[in-house]
Ligand binder design. Structure first.
Ligand code: ADP
Ligand code: MG
Length: 381
């Protein structure tokens, strides 16, 4: 093995957007036969959009709530719509404190919703407008006592103040939401639906199963709205207010345009692609089909701290496993794999746990890394 060849290979990698940590990494890369791909942010854009808010028993907030033009003044006159809007605004206030892609989509949609209300003159103007992405994000710190994140600061978004925010990784978020303006709830359709007098609501948004664990009853109509959305390939979370499941937030996260070609190439190089995600089976299979991964190679509903265990299991089956990921949730799995590859567009934690960084966040660079390792080591031996 000549160090020069390794050096040349590593330098060539940098040109291809493949940042290699050390000389031994090329050998690890050459041996890999299985490549486990995180779904959200790795295979998909990682930028969810809120597609719909369903309030069972009332009409949905149809169309794409993120685009203000799709919710004109007419949309707010129906009572079902009023409820969907109310649910969205409470959910958005709490999600504004979370960094999860689901949370960001809900918070963005809530901001549009607020802007829309102001444009249509239903509320007095003149107060600070929370812009996209600056809606009171707080620094989250672990509280030390549980597997949760607690926000130090509170969010004040659209006349709603949030305190006691807690994020439960793999589950959802919760917080106390207080109305700091008289505006919310005065709109058509919402009168009586959140009660009067009491200003503080306990809001939780997350996976239906997690909410049930928190003591929230999820009625059959809500559960079936979740099922319908998930079987269409969406991600659906439930919003609960004061312990009652009130609405279903339906989100979508399309595959990156380059993912399909990247996975074709990896397969062509003899690697077996596996999709790994905390998301539901429906959304996971939908994404897998979009990029050409077989249903049998989809591992869904994996809790953040179980991703590493899945990698260990595959290794114990005799496979040499590469893992590609971008999130804090992926770090342990990236470190456990024979080869960890982080998306350069992802978190620092993922990059620090990895052997290779795909600088541009383009999954096709994973194939480049494999080809490069084979070429370099063929020259050496
Ligand atoms: P992934 O990164 O693959 O989406 P996670 O472990 O982060 O997996 O999340 C798993 C599930 O937990 C999500 O699909 C969602 O149902 C729920 N969840 C996690 N965080 C949130 C949040 N901030 N808001 C709502 N739901 C959440
Ligand atoms: Mg991810």
């Amino acid at each position: 093995a000549t160090p020069t060849a390794i050096l040349v290979g590593t330098g060539r990698g940098a040109q291809l957007g493949v940042l290699i940590r050390g000389p031994e990494v090329l050998e690890q890369t050459r041996r890999v036969d299985t490549i486990v791909l995180d779904k959200t942010g790795t295979v998909t854009e990682g930028r969810m959009t809120l597609e719909n808010v369903v309030v069972p028993g009332a009409s949905a907030l149809s169309g794409t709530p993120e685009r203000p033009e799709s919710t004109g003044p007419d949309a707010s006159t129906g009572s079902g719509n009023g409820q969907a809007r109310e649910v969205l605004r409470y959910a958005a206030a709490v999600e504004a404190l979370s960094e999860h892609p689901i949370a960001q989509a809900v918070a963005r949609a809530g901001t549009w919703e607020q802007a829309e209300q102001e444009e249509t003159g239903q509320k007095e103007t003149g107060r600070g407008q929370a812009g996209q992405g600056d809606s009171g994000h707080a620094v989250s710190v672990t509280d030390g006592s549980s597997n949760s994140l607690v926000a130090e600061a509170s969010s004040n978004d659209g006349g709603l103040e949030v305190s006691g925010f807690v994020a439960h990784p793999g589950g959802g978020v919760e917080g106390l939401v207080r109305r700091s303006h008289a505006g919310l709830g005065d709109g058509p359709g919402s009168a009586g639906s959140i009660g009067t007098g009491l200003n503080t609501r306990r809001v939780a948004v997350g996976r239906a199963g997690w909410l049930e664990g928190q003591g929230v009853a999820v009625p059959a109509e809500v559960a079936s709205a979740v099922e319908r959305a998930e079987s269409s390939g969406a991600t659906a979370v439930v919003a609960a207010i004061d312990g009652t499941a009130r609405g279903v937030l339906v989100l979508r996260d399309p595959a990156k345009p380059t993912s399909s070609a990247a996975i074709d190439e990896l397969r062509g190089l003899g690697l077996r692609p596996v999709l790994l995600t905390g998301d539901n089976e429906g959304a996971a299979r939908h994404a897998a089909r979009e990029v050409g991964i077989a249903d049998d190679d989809v591992i869904a509903r994996v809790l953040p701290d179980e991703k590493a265990a899945v990698i260990s299991r595959l290794r114990s089956e005799g496979r040499t496993v590469a893992m590609v990921g971008d999130g804090v949730n992926d770090a342990a799995a990236l470190a456990t794999a024979d080869l960890g590859l982080a998306m350069g567009t992802g978190t620092d934690v993922a990059m620090e746990a990895s052997d290779i960084t795909l600088v541009r966040g383009d999954l096709r660079a994973a194939g480049s890394a494999v080809r490069l390792s084979r070429q370099t080591l063929r020259i050496i031996k």
